[in-house]
Design a protein around this ligand. Structure first.
Ligand SMILES: C[S@@+](CC[C@H](N)C(=O)[O-])C[C@H]1O[C@@H](n2cnc3c(N)ncnc32)[C@H](O)[C@@H]1O
Length: 388
């Protein structure tokens, strides 16, 4: 059983009629945890969303990292919304661990560090779970034993890539890559030692539509751009490995090592001191299972300051995207910020010119996020402010 309560936006309003299930929502990919971690560069929170203390935020839950980061920024309320109830259950486990365990134990309980007895750590966190989430996790002892923070389908795809690359390049070269802290030396290393024929062939396979459709689901790419995504991914990975300082890039470490290097180089919510800060604020987090469009349609006017929308626009047709924007403008408070990503495979969605004068696109900020982005996989992010 999963926690599938559709939470009404607060203050309460009539619950919207549920949207008809689309292929996407019923796809096998969503019958489990899709994402254990957010694979969008978290700098978008600070640069793009710019949360201020006391503000009300709506974040697509996914792996929960951004919802927790917004709380860390002292948001007054964070609604963590996802139509996949498994994501809601994962966030419940993470918050239960934060409530009951110390920092090192949180890492160990979730599978990011070895644990002598992970089941015992779960036993302690379990006390802080709601009955529905307790039932969910009690029935998934194997996921707990292997580490819930590694269980997402996307995470497993990334880790499979990490293993294949390590096999191809050898452990020594991977270690050398992860130690790079000088831009010129990293570029030379990539050009002279890393970038060979076999490497390019592996990239072609790992990012082919054939493999992506099996690792995710073809319905993820219903609104795909023309042509093979492999060359776009190859360019993105090349930029990442040549240009983005590898030593500090905890996303790259996660791909190869299935954990983060330390409590400085890791997602904000896990960083030293963050779990203790979060523990005191968890009551401001409202996890909810439900659909973004339905949630916005039912939300009161001018009630949200921050919208963290992941790459949800990738998965909807143009007319639903525009209907969503209309609701978003209505629900936004003056000066609200929104961020959304576009997967490299998908067609980029921008607010149609002239139709949404309230949505002021912040290209310079988006460029700054994109230029420094430490994860491959996106053609870019949209950053905007709602002026009313
Ligand atoms: C869009 S996916 C992409 C994940 C992201 N790129 C990452 O790796 O961090 C993130 C989450 O959005 C949820 N999602 C997608 N469309 C949604 C919608 N319309 N309403 C609610 N949740 C949605 C999915 O269930 C998934 O857990």
């Amino acid at each position: 059983m999963v926690s599938s309560v559709v939470m009404a936006p607060s203050p309460a309003r009539a619950a919207p009629a549920p949207l008809p299930a689309t292929d996407l929502r019923t796809a096998p990919f969503f019958q489990g945890i899709g994402y254990s971690s957010v694979w969008e560069d978290e700098r978008v929170v600070e640069l793009g969303l710019r949360p201020r203390p006391g503000e009300r935020a709506l974040a697509i839950t996914s792996g929960g990292c951004f919802a927790l980061q917004l709380l860390l920024a002292d948001a007054g309320e964070v609604i963590a919304l996802d139509f996949n109830p498994h994501q809601t259950a994962l966030l419940a486990l993470k918050t239960a661990a934060l409530r009951t365990l110390d920092e090192a134990e949180v890492w160990a309980a979730l599978g990011l560090r070895p644990a002598r007895d992970r089941a015992a750590l779960y036993g302690r966190a379990r006390a802080a779970l709601a009955p529905v989430d307790r039932a969910y996790w009690d029935a998934r002892g194997q996921v707990i034993a292997r580490g819930a923070a590694l269980a997402g389908k996307q995470d497993r795809y990334l880790h499979a890539i990490g293993r294949a690359v390590t096999l191809l390049q050898g452990e020594r070269r991977v270690r050398t890559l992860l130690e790079q802290d000088d831009a010129a030396r990293q570029r030379r290393f990539y050009d002279e030692e890393w970038n060979g024929l076999a490497w390019r062939a592996l990239l072609g396979v790992a990012f082919s539509r054939f493999v992506l459709d099996r690792a995710f689901d073809p319905s993820h790419f219903t609104y795909a751009r023309e042509g093979s995504p492999a060359p776009r991914f190859r360019a993105a990975v090349e930029r990442l490995l040549r240009e983005v300082p590898a030593r500090e890039n905890f996303y790259l470490h996660y791909l190869f090592r299935r954990t983060y290097p330390d409590d400085r180089r890791c997602p904000a919510w896990l960083r030293r001191g963050a779990p203790a800060t979060l523990r005191a604020r968890l009551d401001r987090l409202r996890p909810a299972t439900g659909d973004l469009e339905a949630w916005l349609a039912a939300a009161p006017d001018a009630s949200v300051d921050v919208f963290s929308l992941s790459n949800c626009f990738d998965w909807m047709p143009e007319e639903r995207f525009e209907a969503l924007l209309r609701d978003l403008v209505r629900v936004a408070r003056p000066g609200a910020r929104l961020c959304a990503w576009t997967n490299l495979v998908n067609t980029r969605r921008e607010p149609p010119r002239g139709r949404f004068p309230e949505i002021v696109v912040e290209d310079a900020i988006a460029r700054a996020v994109d230029d420094g982005c430490r994860t491959p996989g996106y053609s870019g992010c949209l950053v905007a402010t709602v002026r009313k």
